[in-house]
Design a protein around this ligand. Sequence first.
Ligand SMILES: C[S@@+](CC[C@H](N)C(=O)[O-])C[C@H]1O[C@@H](n2cnc3c(N)ncnc32)[C@H](O)[C@@H]1O
Length: 289
Amino acid sequence: MTSNKYDHRSVLKNEILENIRKHAEINVFCDCTVGEGGHIEFLKDKLDNWTFIGIDRDKKILKRTKERLGDSILLFNDSYANIRRYFDKDIGVFLLDLGLSMYHIKSSERGFSWQMPEEPLDMRFSTNTKKTAAYILNNYPQKDLNRIFEEYGDIINPEKITKSIILFRKKNKFKIIKDLFDAIAIEEPSHFRKFLSKLFQALRIEVNNELEQLRSFLQNMDGIKNKSALFMFISYHSGEDKILKNTIRELKIQSKIVIINKHVIKPSYKEIKANKAARSAKMRIIKYL
Ligand SMILES: C[S@@+](CC[C@H](N)C(=O)[O-])C[C@H]1O[C@@H](n2cnc3c(N)ncnc32)[C@H](O)[C@@H]1O
């Protein structure tokens, strides 16, 4: 597979490079959400004498990463929540590019996209965890379904949908994506793109405990001993960004960090035109003192 055969297009690559060049003090880069390895592939051509490390929760995606980047990169199948395990590697730059990879949507066959009606309602990044989207739809009480659709999907008044889900599961079991369309009476999914994207985002965040994972990372990050470490965060959802913003504010008040970018860094118009998936990306960068 050559580079353009990979599913995912890495975001904000030039902005990441520029900030590494300006602010990094130790030549070890860790992509804590390495995915198919696009960021590292880009950076390793530009940065001489650097060591690169990649972590991803998804064991399957790491097969592609290894094939793409070769043996010179250290790859670990782990969650970034366990970042402390890697502190002995004297890492100078940590990147957390949250959310999912296009690989998950296009190739994983784990039901990450409403455009794949025959795929299972799975949505797990790591198949070692138990909770799937089908489990949530078949078992969560209505009030919890309401909460996740409201909080993680920004769906206003989700009661009508969750009532239909509860009714459906009295007689049927949710297994594949099409079951969800049947339950909420959607015949032409393409007419409901925005709504379905929100619904799927909410389920994915709950399946993978994404906000909890991020909170654990941030708590563990604060145990960093290498005091010049740079942390770069790319978020795509208001829930993630709020957690990041509040943590950064708190660390700044405690004089533990400096904030590198006064304003959130967003992809250029040119990047968004070339890669629509980048449109909601927001990058925040901090450096420990
Ligand atoms: C947006 S993609 C990363 C893209 C990548 N940085 C690149 O080079 O383009 C997000 C990745 O994070 C991974 N991921 C999600 N939750 C994770 C977690 N808790 N720990 C580690 N990786 C995680 C996903 O499997 C996915 O591959």
